[in-house]
Design a protein around this ligand. Structure first.
Ligand SMILES: NC(=O)C1=CN([C@@H]2O[C@H](COP(=O)(O)OP(=O)(O)OC[C@H]3O[C@@H](n4cnc5c(N)ncnc54)[C@H](O)[C@@H]3O)[C@@H](O)[C@H]2O)C=CC1
Ligand SMILES: O=C(CO)COP(=O)(O)O
Length: 333
C-alpha cells in the first residue's frame, strides 16, 4: 500500500484523497485547522469543504506537516496557487528525500509568473523527474460522488508518470499519461480565466452562442501561449485543455465561472471575494497570464479583459462590446 500525503484539505485535496484511497493508497491529509482534522479523523467527513461525503477509513488528517509527509512516496500539493511558495518554504525541510511532488493546483504565481512546477523546483530544489501534475475536467464535488471522470497525469520522466498513473487509477477515475507538464499547467491555469469570462457573459444574460464563442477563442488563446512556452498543441486538445475548459465553463459548480457570473451581474471583486471562502484561481492568475503573454509576445485579449474587469477598470458589458470591435482577422492567426 503506497503512502501519500496531501498538503491542503480544501475541496480538491479532499476529493483527491478519496480517489487515491479508492485506488489502494493510505492517505494523510494536511490542513491548518485542528477542528477540520478532527472531523476527518473522527467522523470521516470534511464538513467544511465536502459536507455529506464519507471518506474511506484509509484517509486520515493532521495539522503537522512532518507527520503528514513521514514515509510518503508521493506528496500531493493542493493549496491555493498564490500560497504555494510560502507553504513550501516551511515544508521543504521535512519533505522525504525521494518523494515525488504532485501539483493539483491550477494557477500561475503573481509577480514571478512561474508555473507551480517551477515554484516547486525553485523552493524545494527538486528536479523535473520528481515533479508531477494532475490536471483535467475534475470538479471536486462530482469526483467526491464517484461520478466517472478522466484526467491527465504528467511528468517529464515517463516512468514517474506511469507510477503516478497507477497511484490514482480508481474505479471511477481514469488517468491518461503525458510528459507535457507545461501544456497541462498552462491549460489548467488558463481555463479558469476563460471560465471567468464565460461566467460574465452568463451573468449579462447571454446564451450558448456567446459562451461557445468564448470557449473556442479561449482555447485558441490558451494554445498560443502554451505553444510559445514549449507545450505540445495536442495537449491543449486533450483533457487538460479542451476537456477542463468545457467542464469549467459549463458547470455551475465551477467557482471561477460563478465568480464571473457575479461580476456580470454587477458585483465587485471585493464583494464576491468576501462572499466565499473558496479560491477562484483565475481572478489572480489572469494578471500572471497577461504578463506571460506580454513576455512571449502572444495576443491574449480574454485574459486582458478578465484582468481589467476583476480590477474594476472596465465593465463586463463594455468588455463584450470591445471583443466584437477588435480588428477582424483569419481564424488561425
Ligand atoms: N475544487 C476543484 O474542483 C478543483 C480544484 N483544483 C485546484 O486545486 C487547488 C486547490 O483548490 P481547492 O481545494 O478547490 O480550493 P479550496 O478553496 O476548496 O480549498 C483551499 C484549501 O487551502 C487552504 N488554504 C487557504 N489559504 C491557505 C494558506 N495560505 N496556506 C495553507 N492553506 C491554505 C484552505 O483552508 C483550504 O483548505 C487550486 O489550485 C484549484 O484550482 C483543481 C481541480 C479541481
Ligand atoms: O479545476 C476545476 C475543474 O477541473 C475546478 O474549477 P473551479 O476552481 O472553477 O471550481
Amino acid at each position: 500500500m503506497s503512502k501519500v500525503a496531501i498538503m491542503g484539505s480544501g475541496s480538491w485535496g479532499t476529493a483527491f484523497s478519496l480517489v487515491l484511497a479508492d485506488a489502494g493508497s493510505e492517505v494523510t491529509l494536511w490542513g491548518r485547522r485542528e477542528e477540520l482534522a478532527a472531523s476527518i479523523n473522527e467522523r470521516h467527513e470534511n464538513s467544511d469543504y465536502l459536507p455529506g461525503v464519507e471518506l474511506p477509513p484509509t484517509v486520515s488528517a493532521t495539522t503537522d506537516p512532518e507527520k503528514a509527509m513521514a514515509g510518503a512516496e508521493f506528496v500531493v500539493l493542493a493549496v491555493p496557487s498564490q500560497t504555494l511558495r510560502a507553504n513550501l518554504e516551511s515544508w521543504a525541510p521535512v519533505i522525504p528525500d525521494d518523494a515525488v511532488l504532485v501539483s493539483l493546483m491550477k494557477g500561475v504565481e503573481l509577480g514571478t509568473v512561474k508555473r507551480m512546477s517551477e515554484v516547486i523546483t525553485e523552493v524545494a530544489d527538486i528536479g523535473p523527474a520528481r515533479i508531477g501534475v494532475v490536471s483535467g475536467p475534475n470538479l471536486a464535488k462530482e469526483i467526491a460522488r464517484r461520478e466517472p471522470a478522466a484526467s491527465v497525469v504528467a511528468c517529464a520522466d515517463d516512468d514517474v508518470a506511469r507510477r503516478l498513473q497507477a497511484l490514482c487509477h480508481s474505479p471511477a477515475f481514469r488517468p491518461y499519461r503525458s510528459t507535457d507538464v507545461v501544456g497541462c499547467e498552462v491549460g489548467g491555469a488558463y481555463k479558469n480565466v476563460v471560465a471567468l469570462c464565460v461566467g460574465m457573459a452568463v451573468g449579462l444574460g447571454f446564451g450558448d452562442n456567446t459562451t461557445a464563442s468564448l470557449i473556442t477563442r479561449g482555447l485558441a488563446e490558451t494554445a498560443r501561449l502554451a505553444m510559445a512556452l514549449g507545450a505540445d498543441p495536442l495537449t491543449l486538445m486533450g483533457l487538460a485543455g479542451l476537456g477542463d475548459l468545457v467542464a469549467t465553463c459549463s458547470s455551475p459548480l465551477s467557482r471561477n465561472r460563478t465568480f464571473g457570473e457575479k461580476l456580470g451581474q454587477g458585483m465587485s471583486t471585493a464583494e464576491i471575494t468576501a462572499s466565499t471562502r473558496q479560491v477562484a484561481e483565475g481572478a489572480k492568475s489572469c494578471s500572471s497570464l497577461v504578463d506571460l503573454a506580454e513576455q512571449t509576445g502572444v495576443d491574449a485579449p480574454i485574459a486582458e479583459a478578465v484582468k481589467a474587469v476583476v480590477a474594476g477598470t472596465i465593465t463586463p458589458a463594455d468588455t463584450m462590446a470591445a471583443f466584437l470591435e477588435r480588428r477582424t482577422k483569419h481564424e488561425q492567426e
